[in-house]
Design a protein around this ligand. Structure first.
Ligand code: CP
Length: 305
């Protein structure tokens, strides 16, 4: 089911498969203070063509905790790509040195391209605006752990729903569950793309699109906040029009349900103010920590089964 599988899109996973990852991750949580030998003798290559803190280091930590080793490629200028080697040849070479490849790239479709070349399994760590499937596994796991289930919840997604790959993947992931209602909250310039809306309509998931966070906050069990993806805007004036157009701060939370949890894939810029960190609603740092057990579970399943 998982062994040697490429992880390119969250859409490729069934609800049962996601639940299996959650159960494995829950077991992994018991071993975060140890070095296991499940992946002893295995090598994970981390190819990052864009900056990363959480994804790269949590994969590295996960591999270490499972007893394996990592190769890190994060500076194209220090690789032979600086001498003109192609991405395809780079992947062929790294494939020969490793048992699994994690790749992040600014161009949509790069993870699939790498998977078509490599014999080893390839894991998409974010490709342009398209998808970030392992982040979605972490997001869903956090909801599952904290709320006990993903079903029957009202979930709000706030921010850049147009260019954000983490939130796009999460929308696809939520379609696998019986979510009560999705609230898509954004300035109108940053609403979901047409292909995502088409998928939502096909899935029959109930949703509304609004720019009024205050008006819907008291309906939400989960609020997932995202940064405006400045680096993805083709036109800087489009970015200037929406910059700073929303912020969650402590005063806004007066309108929140008692049990609201706030998530964010991070990094944040100004969309969640620091005074929210001390509230009972803030779960985004816990969510980032869940990155290690979830990625441990996935690496074990992909490399051992
Ligand atoms: N959430 C996430 O992908 O963070 P990084 O960009 O730091 O990896």
């Amino acid at each position: 089911m998982f062994r040697d599988r490429d992880i390119i899109s969250i859409r490729d996973f069934t609800r049962d498969e996601l639940t299996k990852i959650f159960n494995e991750a829950y077991e992994m949580e018991k071993n975060l203070d140890k070095r296991l030998d499940i992946l002893r003798d295995k090598v994970l290559a981390l190819l990052f063509f864009e900056p990363s803190t959480r994804t790269m280091f949590s994969f590295q930590t996960a591999m270490y905790r499972l007893g394996g080793e990592t190769l890190i490629f994060s500076d194209v200028g220090k690789s032979s790509m600086a001498k003109g080697e192609t991405l395809g040849d780079t992947i062929r070479i790294i494939d020969g040195y490793s048992d699994c490849i994690v790749i992040r790239h600014w161009m949509e479709g790069t993870a699939k391209y790498a998977a078509d070349i490599a014999e080893s399994p390839v894991i998409n760590a974010g490709d342009g605006t398209r998808e970030h499937p392992t982040q979605t596994m972490i997001d869903l796991y956090t909801i599952w752990r904290v709320k006990g289930d993903v079903d029957n919840l009202n979930i709000g997604l706030l921010g850049d729903l147009k260019y954000g790959r983490a939130v796009t993947s999460l929308i696809y992931g939520l379609m696998k569950f019986d979510v009560n209602k999705l609230y898509l909250i954004s300035p109108k310039e940053l609403r979901i793309r047409d292909e995502v809306r088409d998928s939502l309509n096909k899935a029959g998931l109930e949703y509304i699109e609004t720019d009024d966070i205050k008006g819907v906050l008291n309906k939400l069990d989960v609020l997932y906040v995202t940064r405006i993806q400045k680096e993805r805007f083709p036109d800087p004036t489009e970015y200037e029009r929406v910059r700073g157009s929303y912020q969650v701060d402590k005063s806004l939370l007066e309108y929140a349900r008692e049990g609201l949890i706030i998530l964010h894939p991070l990094p944040r810029v100004d969309e969640i103010s620091y005074d929210v960190d001390e509230t009972r609603h803030a779960y985004y740092f816990k969510q980032a920590r869940y990155g290690v057990p979830v990625r441990m579970a996935l690496l074990k399943l992909v490399m051992v089964g």
